[in-house]
Write a protein that binds this ligand. Sequence first.
Ligand code: HEC
Length: 155
Amino acid sequence: MKQQKKITMKKVLFVLVAIFALMQLYHPAKNISGGVSANAIERHYNVPQNVGTLLRTSCYDCHSNNTKYPWYNNIQPVALWLNSHINDGKRHLNFDEFYTYPAEKKIKKLQEIAKTVEKDEMPLSSYTLIHGDARLSTENKKVLIDWATALSKAQ
Ligand code: HEC
């Protein structure tokens, strides 16, 4: 009886390891378009250099068509988890497609940028935990909030 139980545990472990190994074979398509999209926000609106730098460092990995992938994106299920964040983030807001949004949506998204940054909801804390450089200081938060608010009013 005891021995039988041991074998079962081994089998379970083997299956788990096999699943983990098989998962490594799956790679979701990467979010890399290369270059600046024709509909990118900075091509059509005033994005001062300091604002652009903040957006690229703190937001673009999830809200653009170009993600800078970390090494652990080569490990599943981490890659799947990152991929779902990127897809979800892009669905809500894509700075590289910003110009294609209807006027009302542009205003709403700019207001949401100001709001989510103000409330420390963006960038996601699971992201800033690892990407220390993406954390926004009070000063940089103000730069983003002021920029997004001014641009939303100019629409
Ligand atoms: C690690 C990925 C990630 C990063 C980095 C990130 N976001 Fe997001 N963002 C998401 C995801 C996922 C959603 C959609 C789900 C949610 O609202 O939590 C989202 C949603 C949003 C929304 C839409 C909220 C709504 O209600 O529709 C705004 C605006 C936004 N993010 C702005 C930003 C800004 C500005 C930055 C940079 C300062 C940023 N995000 C950085 C992943 C990210």
